[in-house]
Ligand binder design. Structure first.
Ligand SMILES: NC(=O)c1ccc[n+]([C@@H]2O[C@H](COP(=O)([O-])OP(=O)(O)OC[C@H]3O[C@@H](n4cnc5c(N)ncnc54)[C@H](OP(=O)(O)O)[C@@H]3O)[C@@H](O)[C@H]2O)c1
Length: 401
């Protein structure tokens, strides 16, 4: 493919996720390249452009959307702006990559001067309705504009889950149960601790990954077996703030993030699928030892364990944290002393790299990407259904089985 035919990528946002995307897209030479970045703060947009040799910088993403050589925009911005920017991008004829979660409930149906407290106290049923409608509107806006909405669920692209998908297909087995979660010692972003900025806590921020993977695997099983997806029909859940356990409040030194205002930092969800299979997903900001991202699958004819993080490609020991001081080991690990499992390439093992490759290749080849907006809508339905279930203390039906 000639230089000119490469897919032109515009990045919106210049924070944590935008860095991951820059590392991954830089490995797609000949397929796609970042041609512009738009972020609210000029300084951070310029610094990002300099770090990653991006030729054009904007503080207004609408101006970037007017560029004819941008084919796809990647939204690396907070949840509450995903819908608005997706609709603007679709109207400008750009394909959209939207990270997880596709959207969130952040009080968008309330007057702007509603207090943080009133946003987080909103009835969970109302949240489910508003967030699901927002997610569906994103699918519709992109569909009507004839552009793709690609959902940034990196788990389903990870080498471990990609291999698992192939193994399940080959086995022809029935997935009876899945157990999976994402956990670490807690987000340090002050925004993650307030519902109105994120639309939820650990369940939304971390749980979206295992839930997305479970829904994807059952969807694939259904397509292979019957030509239509196996879908989630109900959820049961509990959520809580474990950092408020009284004895923890008394501890002088805490390794676990504190200061959660009105969101949960622990969640556990049981998903029932229309064929009767179950998924048990958990998420926690109270787990030490580095990022834990795992999925275990129990089939009628096999049993598969996926270790996205930690994995044991490398095991290292150091008697003092200084020994490996300048070298990155893995996300969220608290100490470099003792035994550790340094991850050789987190962009690869987390699936981010393969995901970016699929998205840009899908645009170049005019085919649908593996992870689309419909998966994002289903994840939102399950997560906000789980918030309803936790608040009401009972199983919530998402659709007729
Ligand atoms: N594994 C994953 O898939 C993964 C991992 C991490 C994050 N995420 C998702 O990525 C998204 C961004 O998270 P992050 O960690 O990258 O956040 P971040 O580091 O805080 O960066 C957010 C960026 O968005 C910009 N921004 C903030 N408010 C905006 C607004 N109203 N309009 C336009 N731009 C705005 C910020 O610009 P200023 O600095 O100028 O405010 C900043 O550049 C979230 O949806 C999160 O859930 C996904």
């Amino acid at each position: 493919m000639s230089e000119k035919k490469q897919v032109g990528i515009g990045i919106i946002g210049a924070g944590f996720l935008a860095e991951t995307r820059a590392r991954c897209y830089s490995q797609l030479a000949g397929i796609g390249e970042i041609r512009a970045v738009a972020s609210r703060t000029e300084e951070s947009a310029r610094a990002y452009a300099e770090r990653h040799s991006v030729p054009k910088v904007f503080t207004n993403y609408q101006e970037m959307l007017a560029l004819p050589d941008i084919n796809v925009v990647d939204l690396c911005i907070p949840n509450h702006v995903h819908r608005r920017v997706t609709e603007a991008a679709a109207a400008a004829g750009k394909h959209v990559v939207c990270t997880k979660p596709l959207t969130a409930y952040t009080g968008q149906d309330l007057p702007a001067d509603t207090s943080d407290e009133d946003v987080s106290k909103r009835e969970r049923r109302q949240m489910l309705e508003v967030a699901t409608a927002d997610a569906q509107a994103m699918v519709e806006a992109t569909g009507q504009a004839g552009v793709q909405l690609m959902y940034g669920e990196n788990w389903i692209y990870s080498p471990s889950i990609s291999k698992t998908t192939a193994l399940i297909k080959e086995s022809g087995g029935t997935i009876l149960e899945m157990r999976g979660g994402e956990c670490h010692s807690g987000s340090h972003s002050p925004y993650s601790k307030i519902w109105r900025y994120t639309g939820g806590g650990a369940l939304l921020r971390l749980g979206a990954h295992p839930i997305g993977a479970m829904l994807y695997l059952k969807e694939q099983e259904g397509q292979t077996r019957h030509g239509h997806p196996i879908r989630p029909v109900s959820v049961s859940a509990e959520v809580g703030d474990l950092s408020r356990i009284p004895s923890l409040l008394d501890e002088e030194k805490s390794w676990i993030a504190k200061g959660w205002q009105d969101v949960e930092n622990w969640a556990s969800v049981i998903i029932t699928f229309d064929d009767g299979a179950r998924g048990i997903a958990w998420a926690s900001d109270g787990v030490l030892g580095g990022m834990e991202s795992r999925l275990e699958i129990y089939l009628s004819n096999s049993h598969i364990k996926c270790n996205l993080s930690p994995n044991n490609l490398v095991q290292a020991y150091a008697p003092d944290p200084q020994v490996f001081s300048g070298e990155y080991l893995m996300e969220k690990v608290e100490t470099k002393a003792g035994w550790s499992t340094p991850i050789p390439d987190e962009d690869w093992s987390s699936g981010h790299l393969a995901m970016c490759r699929d998205f840009i290749s899908a645009v170049a080849e005019g085919r649908p990407a593996k992870s689309g907006g419909v998966l994002g809508v289903e994840v939102i339905r399950v997560i906000y259904g789980a918030y309803c279930a936790a608040a009401e203390g009972r199983r919530v039906v998402l659709r007729d089985g």
